[in-house]
Structure formats: C-alpha cells, structure tokens
Design a protein around this ligand. Sequence first.
Ligand code: KG4
Ligand code: ZN
Length: 334
Amino acid sequence: KTPRRVLGIETSCDDTGVAIYDDAEGLLGHVLYSQIKTHQEYGGVVPELAARDHIRKVIPLVDAVLKQTGCDPSSINAVAYTCGPGLAGALLAGSAVAKGLAYAWNVPTIGVHHMEGHLLAPMLEERVPAFPFVALLVSGGHTLLAHVKGIGEYRILGQTLDDAVGEAFDKTAKLLGLGYPGGPAIARVAETGDGTRFSFPRPMVDRPGMDFSYSGLKTAALQATQKNDLDAQTVADIACAFQAAAVETLVIKCERALKHTGTDRLVVAGGVGANLHLRDQLQQTTQRRNAEVFFPRLEFCTDNGAMIALAGCKRLHQAQTEFSFEVKPRWSLE
Ligand code: KG4
Ligand code: ZN
C-alpha cells in the first residue's frame, strides 16, 4: 500500500495549527499556537493582527511538528491547508506557506474547507463514526446541521438565520464583562449561576425545520443586563440562563435532524462543541433515542491543524500540483 502522509496547516482565524496525519498510522503529531492574548485587549479578533501573527508562527510550528514526530520531510506526500472560509489575510498566510513547502518538497497541495475539517475531526478519535451521520457544526462563524453520507457528500439540513451560536456566546460574554473568548467564560461562571432566576426564549423551536436563530436570545440577554445590577451572582445567573437556552435549542434541532434523516449517529464539531453542558445534554438525548454521539476531544473542537491534515488525507486524490492559488473567505460546504 502506498503511504499517505499529509502535513496540514490551519490559519483561518486566530489559531495557528500544524499537524501530520498518516492514513495507516493516524495522527502522528500536532502543534498549536493560540493568538488569544493578541486579540484579548480588543475584545475580538483583529484580522490584520491575526494575519501578521500567523506569518510569524507558521514556519516555526512546521519545524516543531517535524521534530516532534521525527518525520523526515521526504516522507510527506502532500501539504493540506485551510483554503476557506475565514479571514482573507489569515488564510493567505497559511496558504502561501503550504504552497512554498510543497514547491520545496516537490509534493502536491490540497485546499481544505475549514468546516469539513471540523466535521471530520471526530475521526481523529479511537471510536470513529461510520457514514452516514448527522453533523452539528457549532463555531464562532457557523451554526449548521448537515447530513453527511461520505467525504464531500454533505447536505445542509438547517443553519442559522442570523448570529452563529458561538458569536452569541461571545457577544453575551462581552455584555456581562466576561471578556474574549466568551464561550469558555460563560460556561465557567454559569456553574455558580441559578438557572431559575431568568428564563430566556428558545428561538425557532416552535417552528418546523432545522434552522436556528440567535439574535432573539442575544436581545433577551441584553435586556436582562440593562434591567439588573451586574453583581457577580447576577452575571452568573444570566450566563446560566443563556447557556441553558442556547444549548436546549441545539439539542432540539439535533433530535429533529436524527428523526428526519433516520440516522442514529450524531457528530458534534466546532468550538462550541467544547461546551460541557452541551455534551452532557446531547449524551442524554442520544442515549434516550438509542443513538450514538461522537465528539472530538476538547482541543480538537476548536481550530487546529490535526483536522486539516486528516481532511487533506481523505482528499489526497484531489491534490493539485498547481502553484498559483487563491483563498476563499466565503465558501459553501454543499
Ligand atoms: O471553531 P472555533 O475555534 O473557531 C471558529 O471557526 O469559529 O470556535 C470558536 C467559538 C467561539 O465563539 C468560542 O466562544 C466558542 O467557540 N467556544 C465555546 C466554548 N469553547 C469555545 N462556546 C461555548 N462553550 C465553550 N466551552
Ligand atoms: Zn473553526
């Protein structure tokens, strides 16, 4: 069997990730640099600063992953990189390095769809989900449910009509003075919150279909912050009620998607998939339905190079030897 070993580079937003995935041996190694500190003082990702940071970090990280795995560059069969969707400048930084390495190593490249990387991330784990499955992709930029029949065979069942769920977490955290990134901060303070003090709407659950909407929930949280003194307990109570509403909406739509497709496997991916309350609720719901749920480990829920190396490996047959390139800041999964 010919070896299939891919080096993957992720630079679509504020994480620089590099990894090596081998089709026979699995994930050989991965390294990650998070730019959180760079963007924290601005309360969100600053695109220009993100691009500059990727340029600084990506080659040292390639060097680090080669050293960590002991791989010789001559054993790499292709270089995969995130081609989109994402921040244009950030994508260009990773793509340019990927093309340069491929030119130097005389191997082809594979431009990977960032969301495909996320939805295949559970395949990095020991318990690999079989096709077909329903995938819930929940990140800072996306909230969607897809029916996945195989690599590249994706049908979108529903998506957000306004804010992404991660974006709602981030914006609500900002209102509560919890800083960036908001998801982990809300989850942390929600632990000490009283979930009965506030009751927020579960948007769209009374309507058929699998689309989502988060602007109404965000507004409800805004009104709660305006009507109350934001002492530590109130912040915790609002965070708790917000998280409960956001998670319950996701769970209800996942159940609908499983029913609609007649599938009994659910895959969860994207940064919000790191939310422990969401994981717990989905575990309970799937158990009740005799279905299975698959999560990537927490570090592979958020952006990382491992998922890009894996997705590149699954698409090795589409590798290109073309060295001119463009990135796709907007790119549909379907
Ligand atoms: O997938 P990701 O790293 O980047 C994008 O492609 O967007 O997702 C980042 C998003 C952010 O909105 C962040 O607040 C959210 O995932 N997030 C969480 C948690 N950890 C990260 N949201 C809720 N609970 C968490 N524990
Ligand atoms: Zn992502």
